[in-house]
Design a binder for this molecule. Structure first.
Ligand SMILES: Nc1ncnc2c1ncn2[C@@H]1O[C@H](COP(=O)(O)OP(=O)(O)OP(=O)(O)O)[C@@H](O)[C@H]1O
Ligand SMILES: [Mg+2]
Length: 445
């Protein structure tokens, strides 16, 4: 992509309405535009990040054996009357009436709809285990939408639902989700700590939230510093291996880690004092096992091995895809702008031409651009006729992790500069070496 042809409406001034860094930076970098309170358009740069996050979510869900599908945003109220949540949900649910006077709603979540799909088509344990998921817009008429996309009213969420023949099988599904979530967040360059949580309106006994530590987080969290030492890394998981999944869950749930809702002062005091931490966190996901809550209410049953008809055991599992865009920025920025982790960056590498119109500089930039594209990468080439300072400021603001700078002086000796956004360190090298280096940074391009 060439910046001269792109749509990147960066703001010079700091928007007054934004209270936290991620919201400010998303507005300044031209990633989003508010349509109304808590509802945003995703401008091209923001859209690229949103889609990158969504892609990682899809890849990791499918690696865990979960099956993608798509349910609508608008749902009939009847399903929610069956579960009893039409009344229970309260004013957060956006209720709509269509021209036939039917009660509809904009889905805040999808337990009812997926249970209805399940009961229409599945009746035997032979079709289990089954986990279906989708990534779809949700609407919750939040009392105080704020912090940009972090607490929106319309937001993008991955929600998945497991169906299992009994409690043990459903607990394996729970563990499988926890493992796949740990991997998902790490690929986004985030540390999201699973913390024992409260179940809220979804209901159920077993639930963990995943929290990214950040001063601007809305939850107060208490944890043993040992948990921040854990790394998922590149371990290969067999998601059908019940013991292997449980072992990973045990590893991550052994150290104390809870939100204020479930905090237990006595247990926390048992953690060695030098490892006790109190902080704030951003909830970027939650997993639930809730047993037969919805299958009982809505008659979703299967015949088990012994020929008995039993209610199916379920859980639901959410990742805040749009919130993650803000959460990643909260975790990774500096005074000059965003610092994207490689896994989600909107463009892999920036190319800055210090003398637009100079034959050699233009040719070198075009060569770098073409070579990176040939490697399957997406570079963003700043080919505008602008001062160097303005080009650097834009690159720093939008946070591409790597930048190749091409100027007439270096080029005389065949050299360009490769700069890391994170460390600010620059290294001079040949054009070919810079292309190779960026290719090695993103091996999967
Ligand atoms: N209003 C919102 N705006 C953006 N993302 C949201 C919003 N509400 C929930 N999410 C995201 O969707 C995920 C799954 O939804 P869940 O039902 O667990 O939310 P929640 O517990 O009600 O969230 P919160 O406690 O922050 O209101 C959350 O972990 C969060 O990342
Ligand atoms: Mg939650």
């Amino acid at each position: 992509m060439r910046l001269s042809r792109y749509f990147l409406p960066v703001l010079k001034e700091t928007p007054a309405e934004a209270q936290i860094a991620s919201h400010r930076l998303m507005l300044r970098a031209g990633m989003i535009k508010q349509a109304s309170a808590g509802i945003y358009s995703w401008l091209p740069l923001g859209f690229r990040v949103l889609k990158n996050i969504e892609r990682i979510v899809h890849e990791e869900q499918q690696a865990a054996g979960h099956i993608p599908m798509l349910m609508p945003t608008l749902q009939p109220a009847d399903l929610w009357k069956e579960s009893g949540r039409y009344d229970a949900y309260g004013p957060e649910m956006l209720r709509i009436r269509d021209r036939q006077d039917r009660d509809m709603l904009y889905g805040p979540t999808n337990e009812e709809m997926i249970t209805d799909i399940f009961r229409s088509h599945v009746s035997s344990y032979r079709d289990l285990p089954l986990t279906l998921y989708h990534v779809q817009w949700k609407f919750r008429d939040e009392m105080r939408p704020r912090f940009g996309v972090m607490r929106g009213r319309e937001f993008y969420m991955k929600d998945g639902y497991n169906f299992d023949v009994d409690r043990d099988a459903a607990l394996h599904a729970y563990n499988r989700h926890m493992v796949s979530y740990l991997k998902t967040y790490e690929r986004m360059g985030l540390q999201a700590i699973p913390m024992r949580a409260d179940s809220g309106p979804i209901g159920g006994d077993d639930t963990h939230e995943f929290l990214v530590l950040a001063d601007t987080g809305e939850s107060e969290v208490f944890y043993d510093a040992a948990i921040t030492e854990l790394k998922f890394g590149d371990r290969v998981v067999d998601y059908d291996d019940v013991d292997a999944c449980r072992a990973i869950v045990d590893e991550w749930t052994a150290p104390y880690a809870r939100t204020d809702e479930t905090h237990d002062a006595a247990k926390f005091d048992a953690v060695p004092e030098d490892r006790r931490r109190t902080s704030r966190g951003i909830e970027v996901g939650q997993i639930f096992y809730f047993g037969t809550k919805y299958s009982d209410a809505m008659g979703a049953t299967v015949t088990n091995k012994d020929g008995e008809v039993v209610p199916v055991h379920m859980g639901s599992h959410g990742i805040g895809v749009s919130r993650l865009v803000g959460a990643i920025i909260e975790a990774s920025h500096d005074d000059n702008g965003i610092i994207w982790p490689e896994g989600v960056t909107p463009f892999h590498c920036g190319i800055v031409n210090l003398r637009q119109g100079d034959t050699d500089c233009d040719a070198a930039c075009a060569l770098i651009e073409g070579s990176l594209i040939a490697k399957g990468l997406d570079p963003l080439y700043d080919d505008r006729d602008e001062r160097a300072g303005a080009k650097f400021a834009t690159m720093d603001l939008i946070g591409l992790p790597w930048r190749i700078t091409v100027g007439p002086r270096g080029l005389k000796n065949g050299l360009v500069e490769l700069t890391s956004r994170r460390t600010g360190e620059s290294e001079e090298m040949t054009v070919e070496a810079a292309i190779d280096r960026v290719g090695q940074i993103y091996p999967r391009g």
